[in-house]
Design a protein around this ligand. Structure first.
Ligand SMILES: Cc1ncc(COP(=O)(O)O)c(C=O)c1O
Length: 394
């Protein structure tokens, strides 16, 4: 039959995480490999009520096709929430998407030609690497640390190339858990000011801060260059697949065309349920519950790491979000540790898929949001034993 596939899809690898997680499906394995919100915090009763009320009161309206831009009242709600945080967004500049993941795909479709330069964080969000790979971008990974993006290599790339997109997750990044400091954000904004680069600020975790002070968003610091991605996946539920893009009028016009071509509009019933839920409930109270729970889970993981991991191992100190990033001594392979860890009934994600051009790296991701505190302590103890044995055997 020959090669029936487009070049576009042929070069994009299968999700590595799905492949390796097949090794960790056994129920007795404690898994820090997932990237899931804590299901015990899903507002099930409230969603049930919102759905019943909607069907009762709005009847067949909620079952009809709707507009490509998204449900107007939901867009107004989102704009109002930004306004309450001193971030001025007009509802016309919001496009409701099927999760923020679709935002990345639509931006790729709208902005990227083959070979266009894209700066991504190293390590970076796997879903963004996959989404932009489809559009055959040329990646320029720039390392991140506990202060944010490393400014020297960043400056060098933006000075020497026409960079189409800089994609970043400045709050509680996936996979590393780091956040950009206020100074780091200001330096990045300064370096991009007056350049044609679009800064894609992906912020699904921003509301999940359990420590420290809120920082300025790039949308505030550099509004003319910034496209913002948001999502209800981590603050309400992920299954509805409701997220959004905030973009200026010029970009929005093209994004709406791309959206129409992709799926006409985001699931309208889901948009209506989320909106009803937001209208009838105290979302701040709900988000506070999530923050407190993740803060405790994070603390349980950090204190177990302090107790059980060998001293040569370093790790990040997230102030929010769902992930923590571990660095092994130079030359050690997280993949090798992973194989041994699964035998000892504990799993994580080796760092490899979060880099575009490095293999057998010495880093890995731990998720704390979907595991309870007691299980975190047991799992980190198991992992500590594996690490001690592997380091002693080097
Ligand atoms: C950084 C980042 N962006 C986007 C997403 C996708 O979110 P959504 O469910 O809104 O598509 C995730 C999901 O884990 C993520 O970690």
């Amino acid at each position: 039959m020959g090669n029936i596939f487009s070049d576009r899809i042929s070069d994009v690898p299968r999700s590595f995480i799905r492949e390796i997680l097949k090794l960790a499906v056994d129920e007795s394995v404690i898994s820090f490999a997932g990237g899931l919100p804590n299901r015990d915090l899903f507002p099930l009763e409230e969603i049930k009520k919102a759905t019943g009320k909607l069907l009762e009161e709005s009847g067949k309206d909620v079952l009809q096709y709707s507009s490509s831009e998204g449900f107007a009242e939901l867009r107004e709600w989102i704009a109002e929430r930004y306004r309450s945080k001193h971030c001025h967004v007009h509802p016309d500049n919001i496009l409701i998407t099927s999760g923020s993941q679709q935002g990345m795909d639509l931006l790729g479709k709208t902005l990227l030609n083959d070979g266009d330069n894209v700066i991504i964080e190293e390590p970076g969000y796997l879903g963004a690497i996959q989404a932009f790979s489809i559009y055959k971008s040329t990646f320029h990974p720039v390392p991140v640390n506990e202060e944010g993006i490393e400014l020297d290599p960043f400056h060098e790339i933006v000075s020497n190339h026409y960079v189409k997109i800089f994609y970043c997750v400045p709050n509680f990044q996936n996979p590393s858990g780091i956040s950009y400091s206020e100074d780091n954000r200001k330096s990045v904004a300064h370096m991009l000011k007056g350049r044609p680069t679009i800064l894609v600020e992906d912020d699904p975790y921003g509301e999940l801060r359990f420590l420290g002070k809120e920082k300025s968003s790039f949308y505030q610091l550099l509004p003319e260059n910034t496209v913002l991605l948001g999502s209800f996946s981590k603050t309400v539920v992920p299954s509805f697949r409701i997220g959004w893009i905030v973009a200026n009028n010029e970009i929005m016009e093209k994004l709406v065309i791309a959206k129409q071509a992709s799926d006409l509009h985001t699931n309208y019933f889901g948009q209506r349920i989320i909106h009803q839920y937001l209208k009838d409930n105290d979302i701040d109270g709900h988000i506070n519950k999530i923050r407190q729970a993740y803060g405790k889970q994070r603390d349980a993981m950090v204190s177990a790491i302090q107790e059980h991991f060998p001293a040569e191992i370093s790790y990040t100190h997230p102030e929010g979000g769902m992930f923590l990033w571990v660095t092994l001594p130079a030359g050690m392979s997280a993949m090798e540790i992973f194989k041994e860890a699964v035998k000892q009934k504990v799993a994580f994600v080796p760092g490899d898929p979060f880099y575009v051009n490095r293999k057998d790296v010495n880093t890995f991701r731990l998720n704390y949001s979907s595991v309870d505190e007691e299980t975190i302590r047991i799992g980190i103890n198991r992992l500590g034993n594996v690490l001690k044995t592997m380091i002693a055997g080097r």
